[in-house]
Write a protein that binds this ligand. Structure first.
Ligand SMILES: [Zn+2]
Ligand SMILES: [Zn+2]
Length: 386
């Protein structure tokens, strides 16, 4: 049964993906009603349905505005026409353009290959259609940032590729595969072909991670575990096969290993009193609350008997992690924490350190995802390859 479902996922992936193109919904969490496109490298054929309406070059600015569920197209400042859908087809695969949302006013970004713009629920839906591997280069840079070792970028490429294949149909109802935000994977710009990331993604082409029963693995990751990874149960209230808590000494001296935050005592206690009936009037309970310590990761604040999950405190007070201690200082509770993020799976800063120490991508992946198998996306020989 498991094997059959894996085969179905991979078959649908291959069938959908003859030349391994992926469709990404851009600015998915923003409600875009006005945007400008400017080709920055090479020409773009602009189509409405199947009609060629313009051949755009780097001198052109094509603006689109929502107008009663249709799209007004304004070419170099002059109204061109009103359409329901616009397609940008790159003359060459590596051509790219700049997207600049005007309403809301957001930073411009560069993206490569083809685009579709449609009117959806009163807003513009912008979809970038691009080769999977080229998309992954943009993701790896967005998720890992610059300045890392190639072995780390290989790790991030395999995690991101596995995620893309596993969640291929996540946004199927919207007509694209994945979105560009943290809901799926950050994809904030196109690839940089002269970078180490380019080398890492090409080196790991088609490589993905399978779990111990040969399903596509879940590749959770976070910025820094603070020295101990976290069980999924503590974060999402759900047990997950293959994830347990373990010590990670690689990340403990890195950038986001420690943090502090001061919170007014009255805010802290009013939250736990109103939500969990915390007995602040009881001097012992109060003292335990202001002297809370975690030598190892716990699930609950103070003691399970009070019923206050640490994840609730993290959400309510926007704490970097649930791995923290408390101390009273005047009118404030000083929270000293370790790590950044949910703590499940791979610790990015620990993995970056491992790469600096000379571990290769396989060793790093298997340290954070033990008992997994590193394999390849099966490719049907009938699919044309670019
Ligand atoms: Zn998404
Ligand atoms: Zn760590």
């Amino acid at each position: 049964m498991f094997r059959l479902s894996l085969i179905l996922v991979l078959l649908s992936f291959c069938t959908l993906n003859k030349a391994q193109k992926i469709r990404i919904g851009l600015y998915n969490s923003q409600k875009i009603s006005n945007v400008k496109f400017t080709p920055k490298n090479g020409n773009y054929f602009v189509f409405s349905d199947t009609n060629l309406i313009y051949n755009a070059s780097t001198k052109d600015i094509i603006e689109m505005k929502i107008n009663n569920n249709l799209i007004d197209v304004i070419l170099n400042g002059n109204f061109l026409n009103r359409y329901s859908e616009i397609n940008f087809v790159a003359e060459k695969n590596e051509n790219f353009l700049e997207t600049k949302p005007i309403r809301p006013n957001l930073k411009s970004r560069l993206y490569e290959s083809d685009f579709t713009v449609q009117s959806k629920n009163g807003y513009l839906e912008i979809v970038n259609e691009i080769d999977l591997e080229n998309y992954l280069e943009g993701v790896v840079e967005s998720e890992a940032g610059p300045g890392q070792k190639t072995e780390y970028y290989k790790v991030q490429a395999i995690i991101s590729r596995t995620y893309a294949v596993k969640y291929w149909n996540k946004h199927q109802s919207s007509g694209f595969n994945l979105c560009d935000g943290t809901h799926c994977q950050a994809y904030l710009h196109k690839r940089n072909q002269s970078s180490l990331i380019d080398t890492a993604v090409k080196y790991t082409r088609q490589i993905i991670l399978f779990d111990s029963i040969n399903q596509l693995a879940s590749t959770f990751f976070h910025a820094n575990c603070g020295g101990q990874t976290c069980e999924p149960d503590l974060v999402w209230n759900q047990k997950m096969e293959g994830f347990s808590s373990f010590k990670d000494t690689f990340c403990v001296h890195t950038f986001q290993a420690m943090w502090t935050k001061k919170i007014p005592l009255k805010d802290w206690f009013s939250f736990i009193e109103s939500k969990y009936n915390f007995p602040s009037w009881d001097s012992l309970s109060y003292s335990l609350a202001v002297n809370f310590e975690q030598k190892e990761r716990k699930a609950f604040y103070i003691d399970p008997v009070y019923g206050i999950p640490l994840r609730d405190l993290r959400d309510a007070f926007k704490l970097k992690s649930t791995f923290f201690n408390c101390k009273k200082e005047g009118e404030f509770l000083v929270i000293t924490g370790r790590g950044f993020g949910h703590g499940v799976g791979l610790c990015q800063e620990g993995a970056m350190e491992m790469a600096k120490y000379g571990y290769n991508f396989e060793q790093i992946l298997l340290f954070y995802y033990p008992n997994r198998n590193i394999g390849k996306i099966p490719i049907s020989p009938s699919f044309p390859r670019k």
